[in-house]
Design a protein around this ligand. Structure first.
Ligand code: COA
Length: 177
């Protein structure tokens, strides 16, 4: 199966995309387009095969305060807000899950983070992971960020996870010295 990863286009058919997660499907159908083409608050990249969209990842630049990093990751970082790339949404259609497409979309976003680091600065990638996807991201090297005391809701909610830029294969650690 030949998979192409490319920016969402206005004429992509998003109406039938179904990942099994109602919120992620609604976002893709109703908001991904306007967010990208009119509001410019994020860019969605789709995995497409034979003209069919089978997955998407939405990314946007953001910032993070150093206090959210575990102590071992804080070394030498300044105390002002740190530039990050946010992996805002990720979903693969139910018919194509378990075939490596989600991992490819994440790796594609990691490449974007490396590009951002080279051009504008980026200390890593942040994702608010759904509880059922925590292990998926952990396998890709993400770890959980520090959550402020009292900030954890009682019901299962997305958990912020982080992958430092230096952990992305191919990133030149020496260049950040
Ligand atoms: C989570 C999701 C994006 C993963 O995409 P995918 O294409 O199915 O995942 P991949 O095929 O790349 O999986 C890579 C590995 O992670 C594992 N994996 C996939 N989903 C997993 C999950 N939810 N929990 C634990 N492991 C998972 C796979 O078994 C695979 O392992 P293997 O390499 O040993 O076979 C996809 O299942 C999905 O869209 N789920 C519904 C929406 C969702 O949860 N999105 C994440 C929002 S934070």
């Amino acid at each position: 199966m030949e998979i192409e990863i490319r920016p969402l286009r206005p004429d992509d058919d998003r109406s039938s995309f179904s990942s099994g997660d109602v919120e992620l499907d609604r976002f893709f159908r109703n908001y991904a387009g306007q967010n990208q083409f009119r509001l410019h608050v994020g860019v969605t990249y789709v995995a497409s095969t034979a003209g069919l969209v089978v997955g998407y990842v939405t990314i946007a630049p953001g910032s993070m305060v150093i206090d959210r990093l575990p102590r071992r990751e804080r070394q030498r970082l300044p105390a002002y807000p740190l530039p990050i790339l946010r992996l805002a949404r990720l979903a693969v259609s139910t018919t194509h899950q378990g075939q490596g497409i989600g991992s490819r979309l994440v790796r594609f976003a990691l490449e974007m983070a490396r590009e951002m680091a080279r051009r504008f600065g980026c200390v890593g990638v942040v994702v608010d992971a759904l509880p059922e996807a925590l292990r998926f991201y952990a396998r890709l090297g993400f770890f959980e960020l520090v959550v402020e005391a009292g900030a954890l809701p009682s019901r299962p909610a997305p958990r912020p996870m982080f992958l430092p830029i230096g952990s992305i294969p191919g990133t030149d650690r020496a260049s950040s010295q």
